[in-house]
Design a protein around this ligand. Structure first.
Ligand SMILES: Nc1ncnc2c1ncn2[C@@H]1O[C@H](COP(=O)(O)OP(=O)(O)OP(=O)(O)O)[C@@H](O)[C@H]1O
Length: 609
């Protein structure tokens, strides 16, 4: 029996919002009346700010940034919640290199407590603790590894010697046990191996590459940086990600993991004043998190040298190596002064890894291990996927119906967060305007907005002040927004992998989520891969979509064919798949879902007839 959309939305909202959320003053009641704040129009991101709130955050949020004016007002250690903490605070940490005492216990005074950075979201949504999330949902997940001498997985963090300070931070993060990708990837990385890891959205990949990097830096000999020029900095680890917001998020996470370890994490991304970032860098950097464009700028100015890089991590690695980014990545990795593959350790992570990208990526790796957790390129079963046939001209009213239903089923009057993906920047602005005019507080994030606007939009959405975010693909990858109950693909993407990442903004960390897509003739080329994906994820495929899929023999950019279940295999094993082969080690204890036979391989299309 098919559950109604409203039920799904309500359930999802309950799952994600938890109890105790008060009614946002911003949320107009059901109906079409404009929200009160519209009469004296205040941009959505500025609504509900307490009178004493700080001015809109600057366009940067580097944790060690010092240029925020009042940055030193108050908090240092253990900055209390509720506004005193500033991510731009701190400053004046005894900088320079080699400050780490080399041991595990090297707390540093003046380090701002990143765990104080709990925004309003926590209170607003009364979030479940991470310890309460349903990682059991991942227990039966198929795992496959290939490569030589794959280190065995661990079951607990205690089994890995990450060191006292890092363990304390894991406890602070309320991580009780490692997620499947962490169970496998952390021992592999700690053993110094290069890694190409593919695991579902929201399954904890960030920690999977951050923990080994921090641990490795702590264990390593303090490095004497070459005296190339006083203003050049020499990070030991480089983490690249495709979007500014994702880099900021990784930076925030990494700072939590590195708290009181003495390992310095700095972020650099475009659209924000470079001078602030330069100042941060000058204070010292062990781990540099960056977007490629800004990093190239810093390299060309000789303000950063990659000579000392020991660890290179590419998050959303398939995106980083697709046509848009590849030249920049090659420049950074191959044409500057970074140590070559084999000398540095390289880790690539994504939820999707098309074979052609795997092939490209292998240029950056040395004797690497391929790790697939879950059905590669698939979405998690935690996300209920719905596809509705909606003509272009009906999309707005259809969206309105969904939002009304969601609002009617809101939890304690709090509207669940809804992320709406559209194709174009203009389309995003137009839809945002229309939603606001119709009483639905919305904001938007896309490439034509200033960085400051983008950050404000995201913050306003996360806090629930503006519970609808209209976004282009700039928000499709990596963003971890805990209470997104519903992702709506108002316009479907052309590429099924983009769909996977978009819907992955909900159903994260073991929680349930809902994704609705509006499909019409314009999306015919996606029909087959979409139907295939849904079937893989045990979703109900509408009969009409199956018919589209059967018809569309061209199948769009279906990168999945020929790779067994969803191309989820190491491309090196193409054509020579052999479970007993010497270069193949199946570390998973439950890899049954990955057989070359069974599943939805070649015969998948018959399912649509
Ligand atoms: N061991 C753990 N225990 C509890 N929560 C965890 C654990 N590891 C990660 N998390 C939480 O899970 C959420 C998702 O993690 P993360 O953003 O790293 O996912 P991801 O796999 O990188 O997703 P995406 O593919 O979308 O980038 C985060 O909120 C993170 O804090």
């Amino acid at each position: 029996m098919r559950a109604s959309w409203a039920d799904l939305a309500a359930n999802s909202a309950v799952e994600n919002a938890g109890a105790g959320a008060g009614t946002s003053a911003n949320n107009a009641g059901p109906g079409n009346s404009l929200p009160p704040s519209r009469s004296t129009y205040v941009p959505p991101h500025l609504r509900n700010r307490p009178p004493s709130a700080e001015p809109p955050a600057p366009a940067y949020s580097g944790g060690t940034t010092s240029g925020a004016g009042t940055a030193n007002a108050g908090s240092r250690w253990g900055a209390p919640r509720g506004g005193e903490y500033r991510s731009g605070g701190g400053g004046g940490r005894g900088s320079g290199w080699g400050n780490r005492s080399g041991g595990w216990d090297c707390g540093r005074d003046r380090e701002v407590n990143p765990f104080g950075d709990q925004d309003d979201t926590e209170e607003a949504f009364n979030e479940q603790e991470n310890s309460g999330i349903n990682f059991d949902a991942y227990e039966d997940i198929p795992v496959e590894t290939s490569g030589n001498n794959v280190p065995p997985p661990v079951n607990t963090f205690a089994e890995i010697d990450l060191g006292e300070a890092l363990n304390a931070n894991i406890t602070r993060c309320k991580y009780v046990k490692p997620t499947p990708v962490q169970r496998h990837a952390i021992p592999i990385s700690l053993a110094g191996r290069d890694l190409m890891a593919c695991a579902q959205t929201g399954s904890g990949k960030t920690a999977a590459f951050c923990f080994p990097i921090i641990s490795g830096i702590l264990r390593g000999q303090p490095m004497q940086r070459p005296p190339r020029g006083v203003r050049t900095v020499y990070p030991l680890a480089l983490v690249l990600s495709p979007t500014r917001e994702l880099s900021m998020q990784i930076h925030d996470e990494a700072r939590k993991f590195a708290y009181q370890t003495g390992v310095k994490v700095v972020v650099a991304y475009g659209g924000a004043p470079i001078n602030h970032q330069l100042r941060d860098l000058e204070k010292g950097v062990d781990i540099l998190v960056a977007t490629p464009g800004r990093l190239v700028d810093l390299l060309e100015r000789a303000r950063v040298s990659l000579q000392m890089i020991r660890y290179l991590a590419l998050d959303e690695a398939d995106r980083m190596l697709d046509m848009g980014f590849e030249p920049q990545i090659r420049k950074i990795v191959e044409q500057m002064d970074m140590p070559p593959a084999g000398v540095r350790q390289t880790m690539l992570f994504s939820a999707t890894f098309p074979k052609e990208i795997q092939r490209l990526a292998s240029d950056f790796l040395s004797s690497y291990i391929f790790l697939a957790v879950g059905r590669v390129g698939s979405s998690t079963d935690l996300i209920v996927q719905r596809v509705e046939y909606v003509q272009e001209s009906d999309k707005r009213s259809h969206l309105m119906d969904l939002l009304h239903a969601q609002r009617a089923n809101g939890v304690h009057g709090k509207q669940a967060l809804t992320l709406v993906f559209v194709e174009t920047k203009k389309g995003a602005d137009a839809l945002e305007h229309w939603l606001c005019m119709n009483g639905f507080p919305a904001t938007t994030i896309h490439g034509d907005r200033t960085q400051q606007e983008r950050e404000m939009a995201l913050r306003s959405f996360k806090s629930g002040n503006t519970p609808i975010l209209v976004a282009t693909d700039v928000a499709a990858r990596g963003l971890d927004i805990p209470h997104v109950a519903h992702v709506v693909n108002f316009d479907l993407p052309n590429d099924i992998d983009d769909y996977v990442h978009r819907i992955g903004r909900t159903g994260r960390a073991g929680k349930k989520g809902l994704a609705t897509a509006f499909f019409n003739d314009n999306n015919a080329s996606l029909a087959r891969s979409l139907a295939e994906l849904m079937q893989e994820a045990n979703q109900e495929v509408p009969a009409w979509l199956s018919r589209y899929a059967a018809r569309s023999s061209f199948g769009g950019r279906n990168r999945r064919s020929g790779g067994g279940r969803f191309g989820g295999r190491d491309f090196r094993r193409e054509g020579s798949f052999n479970r007993g082969g010497s270069d193949y080690y199946n570390a998973g204890n439950n890899s049954a879902g990955y057989g070359a036979s069974g599943g939805y391989g070649a015969g998948a299309s018959s399912a649509w007839d």
